[in-house]
Design a protein around this ligand. Structure first.
Ligand code: PMP
Length: 775
């Protein structure tokens, strides 16, 4: 690596460029690390850099650099990175020394204007933040780039710094050597064991102050004009990108601490650093300083003439020494603050702000509210660093902050977000990938932003198609918070503040085979008859239903699994009267039912309209309606359906990523297996607990109904709430549901593990013991 590039006479360069690229140029020598670089100015004013690799340079590595810069030309960073200029024959790498076994290669790149940051002393915070942001954007743009040449062992792979420890022997000063060795040791114990948890991808890997170009037009504030030299490009931990820049940019700076924080803040604002990345950042920064110092010490021994190798040695030592004096425990919180993640407001302060400035008709979970600051897979973490197993969030379906979903959203956000009046591949891709998950004839999508919007639109579709607003719903149903849905859902309209069902809405009995009027083997048929009777009555009154709307598995009604035969009977009766059937899969879709991707499939029906929400975007606000071509055609009345945000490129990128994760991680089957583990476990413990009245569920949608008396079914509501409080204190977040508030509901992120299920079962068992002992 330290081999100096062989010199090439200026005259030879001129001839090469004229022959291969057809350019007549003025030539100037540029400093380079491994390559020989020449700055060329063509007759037409065009400016280029000719890079000649030293003999024996890996072709694959050069191809990788070229491919990466090519990849970036279609990214928002195109103007900030050099572009490869092919020869007249279309080659992007020109072989020199035809005869040689170790040929050199020539590449021509566009020249970017600007001064290396190393030569600029004025570095205002805004410039540093811009550099941080740009590096993060670069990482986003490279996130979907890969090349075999980027997978190589390399001294400059920050993650393997301790492997280079033997280079420390070239450090002559014993105290300095000890300092480096101590840090390498610290790196090996603190950073190395956690490397496998870091996100890896191809990164630029050398944002030092010679590779960042800035310009200050008219003496104004400097801004970034280029990121050059992809010669260190590598597949490694992505956080190395900002760590490396920090390491070089803080050297010799009086305000080094603040400078680092501005860089980190900028980076984090575009690609939020994870908890682990933030924790490891100080060690990674020092790690790169150590690597650089080992390398320059080695370079001095083996190659005393190469000035470039020693370029920043003395100030680097000063930097390492002053950082060594600073307590590590001070650096990590500073990084947190830079990333604006420091836990700053107390729970009381937040409650008081909410009280004054946020509408108050929203309850907060738990009598002692939680301030949750982070989510990770199936866990939520509070401001005290306590980790809770999340058993109720069916929104963060594939796990809180799933990296694949986060990256998809961030990448698309950095590229484009606009409405669907422009054509975009993401919408087309998503419509295709989503509709193939449905049985025929469900094949037409409408993209909206919330479950409420989806259901509201479903009502409009049903009304336009059937010509009537008359609708049959189920008792205790909740379908959304708009007036059109409040007035048909008794969960709200017959609760506090409600105004009762609208005249056009008719609530059929909740098909609850445990507590409802119909129980036993034929409960499904008998509940079906209730709907049939309701349809007959409405039809006789000249008001046949235009729609039947129900959740496939019933959430607010108390985690009720409709008994066999109910849905087919209800659908048949409503359709016979000319109505359409709407399945609300806002809570239960996307594989949660385990046996099937859509819960209605487990009930042996195919709805006419299906509404999707919550899990669809893993927390990103998006939702959809899927219907038949026929119903979609009826909706073409001349009035446009436009939704500002629905189906935007970011939402679609996220939706696609969610589908990919469900598939690649086998989450539907996982839900089936864990669902059975839950049911078996609860059924096994039921005989030991007077409180357990019923255990029910499908996949990872489960309910445990607590009662005080198995004959009267007197609801054990206070016991249920005591159970969730006790579980919370043990690190498990559960909640209650059902009209009588006595059903423990379980609908966790689908990445829960079998160990988690076992832990939940064991703790519920103990908690119920405690509560039963108290009574
Ligand atoms: N349908 C069902 C079954 C729901 O559970 C919800 C939300 N709890 C909605 C619709 C409404 O969704 P959103 O809150 O996204 O408007």
């Amino acid at each position: 690596m330290t081999e100096t590039a062989s010199e090439m006479a200026i005259e030879q360069v001129r001839r090469l460029v004229a022959d291969a690229w057809g350019l007549d140029v003025q030539i100037e020598n540029l400093v380079g690390f491994a390559d020989s670089n020449f700055r060329l100015t063509a007759d037409d004013g065009g400016q280029y850099v000719l890079k000649l690799s030293p003999p024996g340079t890996s072709l694959e590595w050069l191809q990788c650099q070229n491919s990466a810069t090519l990849h970036l030309t279609t990214s928002p960073l195109a103007a900030l990175v050099p572009r490869v200029v092919p020869t007249r024959g279309g080659e992007v790498l020109l072989r020199l020394d035809e005869e040689s076994e170790h040929p050199r290669w020539a590449r021509l790149m566009t020249y970017l204007e600007g001064t290396p940051l190393a030569k600029v002393t004025k570095r205002p915070p805004l410039l540093l933040e811009e550099i941080g942001r740009t590096l993060a954007q670069l990482d986003f743009a490279l996130a979907d780039f890969d090349h075999p040449g980027a997978h190589r062992e390399c001294f400059w792979d920050l993650t393997t710094t301790p492997n280079n420890a033997h280079f420390a022997t070239y450090i002559d000063d014993p105290s300095r050597r000890a300092l480096v060795e101590a840090h390498l040791q610290r790196f090996a114990t603190r950073v190395t064991p956690r490397l496998s948890e870091l996100e890896c991808a191809v990164i630029h890997n050398d944002g030092n102050d010679y590779n960042l170009l800035v310009s200050a037009p008219d003496g104004g504030d400097p801004h970034l004009t280029g990121v050059i030299d992809f010669g260190d490009i590598l597949h490694t931990a992505v956080v190395a990108e900002i760590a490396i820049s920090c390491a070089y940019l803080i050297v010799d700076r009086d305000e080094w601490w603040d400078d680092a924080m501005h860089l980190i803040r900028g980076y984090d604002s575009v690609r939020p650093l994870t908890r682990l990345e933030r924790d490891l950042l100080p060690d990674l920064i020092i790690g790169r300083i150590c690597a650089s110092l080992m390398f320059s010490s080695y370079g001095r021994h083996s190659n005393p003439d190469n000035a470039y190798l020693q370029i920043s040695e003395a100030p680097m030592w000063r930097q390492l020494e002053r950082m060594a004096m600073d307590d590590h425990s001070r650096l990590a919180p500073a990084v947190d603050t830079a990333c604006r993640r420091a836990p700053n407001r107390s729970i009381d302060q937040i409650l008081s702000i909410r009280e004054r400035h946020v509408g108050r008709n929203l309850s907060v979970s738990y009598s002692e509210p939680l301030k949750i600051v982070r989510g990770e897979s199936q866990y939520l973490i509070d401001d005290q660093g306590r980790r809770f197993l999340d058993l109720v969030n069916n929104v963060c379906h594939v796990g809180h902050c799933h990296p694949h979903v986060v990256a998809a959203g961030q990448r698309q956000m950095a590229e484009l977000n606009t409405n669907t009046r422009y054509l975009h591949d993401n919408l087309a891709d998503y419509a295709l990938k989503l509709t193939v998950t449905f049985p025929d004839p469900l094949s037409v999508c409408f993209f909206v932003c919330t479950g409420t919007e989806a259901n509201d639109l479903a009502l409009r579709l049903a009304r336009t198609h059937s010509g009537t607003r008359e609708i049959i719903v189920l008792e205790h149903a909740y379908h959304g918070h708009s007036p059109s849905l409040i007035e048909i859902g008794t969960y709200k309209c017959e609760g506090p503040g409600g105004e009762g069902l609208a005249e056009h809405a008719h609530a059929a009995p909740l098909p609850d085979p445990y507590r409802g009027p119909h129980r036993g083997g034929d409960a499904g048929a008998r509940y079906g008859n209730e709907v049939r009777a309701m349809v007959a009555e409405l039809s006789a009154a000249g008001r046949p239903p235009g729609a039947f709307m129900a959740e496939s598995l019933i959430g607010c009604g108390g985690q009720v699994i409709p008994p066999d035969g109910f849905m087919p009977a209800a659908f048949q009766a409503v359709r016979a009267a000319g109505g359409v059937c709407i399945a609300d899969e806002v809570q239960v879709g996307f594989g949660r039912a385990g046996s099937h991707f859509w819960a209605f499939e487990a009930l042996d029906v195919v709805p006419d309209i299906v509404t999707l929400g919550k899990p669809i975007g893993n927390g990103h606000p998006m939702a959809a309606v899927v219907t038949t071509p026929e119903i979609a055609a009826s909706f073409v009345t001349g009035m446009e359906y436009f939704n500002t945000f629905g189906g935007n490129p970011v939402s679609c990128a996220i939706g696609l990523a969610v589908l990919e994760v469900i598939e690649s991680e086998g989450l539907q089957e996982h839900a089936r297996v864990l669902g059975e583990q839950f049911l078996d476990g609860f059924r096994e413990m039921a005989p030991r607990h007077r409180l357990i009245g019923d255990v029910r569920g499908l996949g990872l949608f489960l309910g445990v109904e607590l009662v005080r008396d198995h004959d009267t079914l007197e609801p054990a509501d206070t016991e249920a709430s005591a159970a969730i409080d006790a579980m919370r204190n043990r690190g498990f977040l559960l909640s209650t549901d059902g009209p009588l508030h006595n059903v423990l509901k379980i609908k966790p992120p689908m990445v829960l593990t079998a160990e988690d299920v076992a832990a939940v079962l064991e703790n519920v068992d103990e908690v119920l013991d405690e509560i039963e002992a108290r009574r």
